[in-house]
Design a protein around this ligand. Structure first.
Ligand code: 1PR
Length: 555
């Protein structure tokens, strides 16, 4: 008897388990259909693709008992896909949902915004709540999804009695939580929504059922879209992780990807830093916890030398992810070595398997670097994806929102007067004073910038979006670690190619650079490493500056 969690074997359910443990709640896992009989409360933290979720539940014999459980009136809390399966259907697949809420789940309209909807947005209660136990607060929560139940009381009148809160993305209003009797569901992820999410989970666990008397007598006037949505710009802290020469995993930071200490001529420094040693800026889990406490909206851990060995042999990195997920309740992206590989004993490991290990350890998204470049090279040769690339296989199982492509481009300068090469339509002409008369294109690299490939950043961005990537993490080797500011030309160029969110990365040297990137480009997020590691700027100060400038952030 007691609280059970349902895991159908895809995506990050570890984070929900970690949240419950942090809140001091005990729980068990539904392992077989018979376990439903023992559940007095059930949480289904569905992540990934709708069809994969339904098919997995069906193949494990869990779908019918789940429906029975919900209809029995015992408390149910569905998160993301766990909420979506309550609906009739999803345009993501032709497999029907549980049809408890009479309304379909549909794809966001991408004409006025990036899809997936990824980041922190509000949840506006449909009824003004005077209930002190109301779990949803006026706060920001973390969303990551391409499909939603659109709020349309005229078209789906029977569904309105389920609508608990709505959220606006672009000019669309969608249902961000449903609640009726003992059924509760949120499109956002409370387990990834920091303190607000933990408070919501705790409130639901204390009072999982809504008594009829809890309902206010009259609903609020149906909401209408406002001129602007409240999705915030995200601030991401990056931790580049690798083993130092002693074999310990450390957070390091390069200058234009060179992470080794330079010879320092000052007498005091000679004894403290060894020239040539891997620069050590701290321990990964401790730094991750620090950035969570400081208000980072997401963290990104990149295993920067994983191309050298089999990632599944890299148990310390998995242990880092596990420990970070116990301390951090905002999204974690893990990158490095997401590729097909072979263990030293000859066992083949697919990229999907590697990603699965990271998701089970507590990652929400995986980031693919070198393999994405190779996949786009194959795409060029074949004209379409063959379904075997890491991007395609992972997106198919876990959903495109779980697949980030990390790009490591470098400027290639050419003479604009004479250049007649294949990238002439992509040339950027320098506008800044020190760049007048110069022109360049952006070339993609692999293996942490060590090898340049004949792929431009434009071809890469379009290619990975068509293969199923859900986000682009856009680094710049030229700006990395320089503190000169983000490469705004690069960010604008890539942002214009794709409809998926873009995270601007590399070069932040002060809070003014975050202002520049959000005022001059449409990047959805900005990432920095060095200034945070060296404590030159705190995340809270970056957000304060953005808020003062009228840019919406989660403070
Ligand atoms: O190719 O799939 O194994 O992935 C390898 C991953 O490791 C890629 O995401 C690649 O960007 C990253 N990587 C490889 N080598 C390095 C290196 O630095 N030598 N780090 C590296 C890339 C870039 C950002 C950095 C920002 C912000 N790091 O993550 O944190 O540039 O820095 P700043 O704010 O200090 O300027 P695969």
């Amino acid at each position: 008897m007691g609280l059970y969690l349902l895991d159908y074997g895809a995506g990050n359910v570890r984070s929900l388990a970690n949240s419950l443990t942090k809140l001091g709640h005990k729980f068990q896992w539904i392992a077989a259909p018979a376990d439903f009989a023992n559940a007095t409360m059930l949480i289904f933290p569905g992540v990934g693709a709708f069809s994969t979720a339904i098919q997995n539940l069906q193949s494990k014999g869990l779908l019918a008992p789940l429906r029975e459980y919900i209809l029995s009136g015992r408390p149910y809390f569905g998160i993301c896909i766990g909420m979506q399966i309550l609906f009739e259907s999803s345009s993501e697949s032709n497999i029907p949902g549980l049809a408890i809420v009479p309304c379909p789940v549909e794809l966001f309209d991408s004409t006025d915004k990036a899809v997936p909807h990824m980041g922190w947005n509000s949840a506006d209660l449909l009824y003004p709540s005077s209930d002190k136990d109301e779990p949803v607060e006026s706060s920001y929560y973390y969303y990551v999804h391409s499909y939603c139940a659109k709020y349309n009381p005229e078209k789906y009148p029977a569904a309105t009695e389920w609508v608990h809160s709505t959220t606006q993305y672009g000019q669309e209003l969608f249902v961000s939580s449903v609640r009726k009797g003992s059924v509760f569901g949120t499109q956002f992820h409370p387990e990834k929504s920091g303190e607000a999410g933990l408070a919501l989970l705790d409130a639901w666990l204390r009072k999982p059922e809504l008594a009829t008397s809890d309902l206010p007598p009259t609903p609020r006037t149906p909401p209408k879209p406002k001129s602007k949505h409240s999705l915030t710009k995200r601030i991401v802290a990056a931790l580049d992780v690798r083993a130092n020469d002693e074999g310990d995993l450390v957070v390091t930071k390069g200058d234009q990807y060179d992470v080794r200490e330079k010879a320092d001529p000052t007498p005091s420094a000679v004894h403290t830093k060894t020239a040539g040693a891997v620069r050590n800026l701290g321990k990964p889990v401790a730094l991750a916890a620090r950035y969570y406490a400081q208000g980072a909206d997401e963290l990104c851990l990149l295993n920067i030398t994983s191309f050298r060995q089999s990632p599944l042999q890299d148990q310390p990195m998995l242990a880092v992810v596990r420990a970070a997920a116990e301390a951090v309740f905002v999204p974690l992206t893990i990158g490095g070595g997401i590729k097909d590989s072979v263990d030293p004993d000859g066992t083949p490991r697919s990229a999907l398997e590697v990603a699965g290990a990271y998701f089970r350890a507590g990652a929400d998204k995986v980031s693919i670097g070198s393999e994405a470049v190779y996949a786009v090279e194959r795409l060029r040769a074949a004209g379409k994806g063959d379904g075997t690339s890491a991007i395609e296989t992972i997106a198919h199982v876990y959903g495109r929102q779980a697949v980030v492509v990390s790009v490591d481009p470098r400027r290639v300068y050419v003479d604009p007067a004479t250049y007649d090469g294949p990238y002439k339509d992509e040339l950027v002409i320098g506008r800044a004073e020190n760049e007048r008369g110069k022109a360049w294109w952006y070339q993609c690299t692999v293996s942490g910038g060590r090898e340049a490939r004949e792929v431009s950043v434009v071809e890469l961005a379009r290619g990975v979006e068509s293969l199923g990537a859900g986000e682009i993490l856009l680094n710049s080797i030229d700006r990395d670690g320089t503190g000169l500011g983000f490469d705004l030309d690069l960010i604008n160029l890539v942002r214009q190619q794709v409809n998926i969110p873009v995270v601007a990365s590399s070069g932040a040297g002060g809070k003014e650079h975050f202002l520049d990137v959000f005022e001059s480009t449409d990047a959805e997020a900005a990432l920095a490493a060095g200034i945070f590691h060296r404590e030159e700027v705190e995340i809270v100060d970056v957000k304060g500056a953005l808020e003062t400038a009228g840019i919406n952030v989660r403070v």
